[in-house]
Design a protein around this ligand. Structure first.
Ligand SMILES: C[S@@+](CC[C@H](N)C(=O)[O-])C[C@H]1O[C@@H](n2cnc3c(N)ncnc32)[C@H](O)[C@@H]1O
Length: 241
């Protein structure tokens, strides 16, 4: 049965992972390699990847020598990620709206894993939880879509076939949210999900981070760490402390 929260249902399905199959490990590894080089964090550092999904960034971070925890709401994704656990890599089911028990030298929130809630207070609560789980001088890395570019280049209709499933995708921007309606037939059934992400641009995100006491130290516009440009960048990447 579907819950009222789209993100609880959709991200927990195998279909989500099929649709985004091309957003793969090599993309994740490129970004992690570049950002950890930029951050220059000690190899003994503890890193929280939240939400981690199936752990693609966590596993690679761990291979670079960091002590990594991956946390995600999706029980199926965590079950999968747990296969990669070792002495310095662990995964747990965790709702980022809930305060964390441990502290970390760096916390990563990657690949548009934010802005799912109507109420700004919920977004701010997540940032507060992140801030209180950071050690002194700890770093927060935030990677989100570039809302301005999504708006100017809105692809309202698209069809994508992956692993034999044809996904019919419609996009619209309504009341400050970017909606992506995804429908498809799979395993003999009709499926329909809507991803719903807040229209968060740099200005709005800066106001959130200010409210919580974070200071932005750098912004980037893609996984190669080119400068952020509101009109042209594919991503909005923020490093804050
Ligand atoms: C777009 S995916 C990105 C996952 C991962 N960062 C990656 O790049 O593969 C967003 C993730 O957020 C998780 N998520 C959604 N709401 C959450 C919440 N309230 N607390 C923790 N995780 C959540 C989903 O289960 C999903 O795995």
């Amino acid at each position: 049965m579907k819950t009222k929260d789209w993100f609880t249902d959709w991200f927990n399905t195998k279909y989500y992972h099929i649709l985004y199959k091309d957003r793969n490990n090599s993309e994740a590894q490129l970004f992690i390699k570049n950002i950890t080089t930029y951050l220059n964090i000690d190899k003994k550092s503890t890193v929280l990847d939240m939400p981690c999904g199936k752990g693609r960034h966590s596993v690679y971070l761990n291979s670079l020598g960091y002590k990594v925890t991956g946390a995600d709401l999706s029980e199926n994704s965590i079950k999968y990620a747990k296969k990669f656990e070792n002495d310095t890599l662990s995964f747990k089911v965790h709702d980022m709206r809930v305060n964390l028990d441990d502290t970390y030298n760096a916390i990563f929130n990657l690949f548009t894993s934010f802005g799912y809630f109507d109420d700004d207070k919920q977004d701010i609560l997540i940032l507060k939880n992140i801030k209180s789980a950071l050690t002194k001088n700890g770093l927060f890395v935030f990677d989100f879509l570039n809302a301005n570019k999504v708006k100017t280049n809105l692809v309202t209709q698209e069809t994508k076939t992956v692993e034999g499933i044809t996904f019919d995708i419609k996009r619209e921007i309504v009341n400050g949210f970017i909606l992506k309606h995804i429908s498809f037939v799979a395993d003999g059934k009709n499926h329909a999900y809507t991803e719903r992400v807040k229209f968060l641009d740099l200005e709005k995100m800066t106001s959130y981070l200010d409210a919580v006491g974070f200071t932005i130290i750098e912004t980037f516009g893609d996984y190669s760490l080119n400068n952020f440009d509101a009109d042209n960048s594919n991503r909005l990447i923020i490093v804050a402390k």
